[in-house]
Design a protein. Structure first.
Lengths: 299, 300
């Protein structure tokens, strides 16, 4: 059986068939998936019967695993899954639906804004791997936007303007946009909200293609007044998420989707989360390094 | 003389020619403009070299003029115009007419106009018409975009129409400025206290429903704030898709008027640290949109 990739858009998002990811892979298979990722930035696999251990074992083919920031900001008894497994569900630790005013639910609503995973870390995420275990009857799609195509489509003046801009990212900035306040994270986790810096324009280490490194986690541009930076980020995000740069994934149970956070943004869409279960589990590959020098924290 | 309205889109935005609005208008002319507004929601009048006084006189044909919140909150010496009804939509540093500095707080406040909004939706009675007249326009950018909230409402699926039908939203100037990280400070709490509006409104003349959306919205009554804001974002994205939007590129001496009960608008970016843009705004108090339950505050 040979793995095949069918493009869902000319150079963005590929549908993969002919491979069982729950079995150990050869080096050639891993290389073929990486080559597909470099080209399409998003790969969709079907009928992959993962449990958490198998998902983590598969994920390790692509690098070092990140610890989930959601898990880091939860007490052990509040966690449903292992530390390396981000809990993308509407369930609490007892597998009950979270109620309307649940603090975790309200924070997770920030995922409905376009973002790049873990852009609030100095070394941000490379791939995210999201496995669907239970999907809702309606809604709850994940949408992806191609930041390479979005960069290419900028006019020359804008390309020149943004080339060396450095942005500041924090999880608190994305949540603040929907009215979830810093204090809502709890006193123990304030240190996790300290902003980090990233280049706005990144170059992919393999393909050499440039892309926009946008994310709802951005709160400002270094050297700019905050309101001007935020208005500009909104304009760029609007440009970068136009329909021609997008792919919407409608989940089926046992789908696995991998995306490259260096070259894409994504967001969750609404569903009836107070009544319908959506249980997705994400493993995340740590990136290769910082995108720009960080400012040392004062002692 | 009868004037002409050329539709820019089939039933959205009309360009009006064959009328001199610098002169006093007859009752028939006023009625014909109002009928055009009911149909097109936005009317543009090219080649109208209005003075400030003439703009105020023309505007008063359509109702009672509002005093802009920015003028209400500004100290007298910081105001560019003595006439309180005249809104200063420029990048000038008050009377000096130097360009505002990059970190000027009036500039920060005005940057929120780049978010889609409906004028004065933060008042218990939001604006009806806004009339904007161009004196100086930049060479590039600085357009005003308009989005048709009637068409946006019509295009919602039936389930969403049912869901939004009776929702009540909370609006404040604080919420729109907060979205871009600017904190509004006001000595008078009544300027910033949230007011309530229905999310779906019906035009008092045409009976058409539209979405009453605005960046001034900060919550939906009875909803957790983050859930409300995520939903309002989704609705705003739906309502400002290209098929509902017209982007107006300004020429000098144009008057554009729009009905805030049926459209949202926003300014687009221009090089405001280098180039002048001087537009002057008058607004008419809205009627016919009061929410069923008692509003949180009086208009003034």
């Amino acid at each position: 059986m040979t793995m095949t990739i069918t493009p869902l858009h000319p150079d963005f998002a590929g549908d993969v068939a002919g491979i069982d990811l729950t079995q150990p892979l050869t080096a050639a298979q891993v290389a073929a998936i990486e080559a597909g990722m470099d080209r399409y930035a998003v790969l969709v696999f079907h009928d992959q019967h993962f449990d958490d251990d198998k998902q983590l074992a598969f994920s390790r083919n692509f690098g070092e695993l990140e610890v989930s920031s959601g898990a880091e900001m939860s007490k052990p008894e509040e966690r449903r899954l292992k530390m390396e497994m981000a809990d993308i569900s509407n369930l609490d630790q007892n597998n009950r639906l979270r109620p309307a005013d649940d603090r975790k639910r309200l924070g997770a609503l920030g995922n409905r804004l376009w973002h790049s995973d873990a852009s609030f870390r100095a070394v941000p995420a490379k791939y995210s791997l999201l496995s669907a275990r239970v999907v809702p009857g309606k809604g709850g799609n994940t949408e992806f936007a191609d930041m390479r195509a979005a960069y290419d489509a900028l006019d020359d003046a804008t390309k020149a303007e943004i080339e060396d801009l450095v942005t500041e990212h924090s999880n608190a900035y994305s949540r603040e946009q929907i009215g979830y306040q810093k204090a809502d994270y709890g006193a123990d986790y304030q240190g996790k909200l300290r902003p980090v810096r990233h280049r706005l324009v990144r170059t992919h280490p393999v393909t050499g293609r440039k892309s926009l490194y946008l994310s709802a986690h951005i709160g400002t541009i270094i050297g700019w007044p905050v309101p001007e930076a935020r208005a500009f980020m909104r304009d760029l995000t609007e440009h970068a998420t136009q329909p021609q740069f997008r792919h919407a994934h409608e989940w089926k149970p046992r789908d696995l989707v991998i995306w490259d956070n260096r070259t894409t943004m994504h967001r969750a869409r609404r569903y009836d989360d107070l009544h319908d279960v959506r249980d997705l589990r994400r493993s995340t590959i740590r990136g290769d390094g910082v995108t720009v020098a960080q400012v040392q924290q004062a002692a | 003389m009868a004037f002409n309205i050329r539709p820019v889109r089939p039933v959205f935005v009309g360009e009006v020619t064959g009328i001199d609005i610098c002169q006093p208008l007859s009752r028939d002319q006023v009625a014909a403009i109002e009928a055009g507004m009911d149909q097109y929601a936005v009317l543009t009048f090219p080649d109208q070299p209005l003075t400030d006084d003439q703009q105020v006189v023309f505007s008063a044909n359509f109702g009672e003029l509002e005093i802009p919140l920015a003028a209400q909150m500004a100290k007298p010496e910081a105001r560019r115009f003595d006439k309180l009804e005249l809104g200063d939509i420029s990048n000038f540093d008050g009377k000096s007419e130097n360009l505002r500095a990059r970190d000027d707080s009036r500039r920060m406040y005005a940057l929120a106009n780049r978010l889609w909004h409906s004028d004065a939706s933060f008042r218990a009675i939001g604006a009806g018409y806004t009339l904007l007249h161009s004196r100086i326009v930049p060479s590039n950018g600085g357009n005003t975009g308009f989005a048709d909230m009637r068409a946006a409402y019509d295009a919602l699926d039936d389930a969403t129409k049912v869901e939004v039908e009776n929702l009540v939203t909370e609006h404040s100037i604080v919420f729109s400025r907060e979205q871009i990280g600017f904190e509004v400070k006001s000595d008078d709490a009544s300027n910033v206290r949230p007011v309530k509006h229905p999310l779906v409104v019906m035009h008092p003349v045409t009976g058409r429903k539209s979405l009453y959306l605005s960046s001034h919205i900060g919550g939906i009554v009875g909803w957790p704030v983050p859930e409300a804001r995520a939903f309002i974002r989704d609705l705003t994205e739906h309502a400002t898709q290209p098929q509902f939007v017209y982007s107006h590129k300004w020429r000098v001496n144009e008057l554009v008027m729009w009905d805030n009960r049926m459209v949202m608008h926003r300014a687009t970016r221009f090089n405001d640290l280098k180039e002048q843009r001087d537009l002057r705004r008058t607004s008419i108090k809205g009627v016919g949109l009061a929410v069923a339950d008692a509003p949180a505050m009086a208009a003034e």
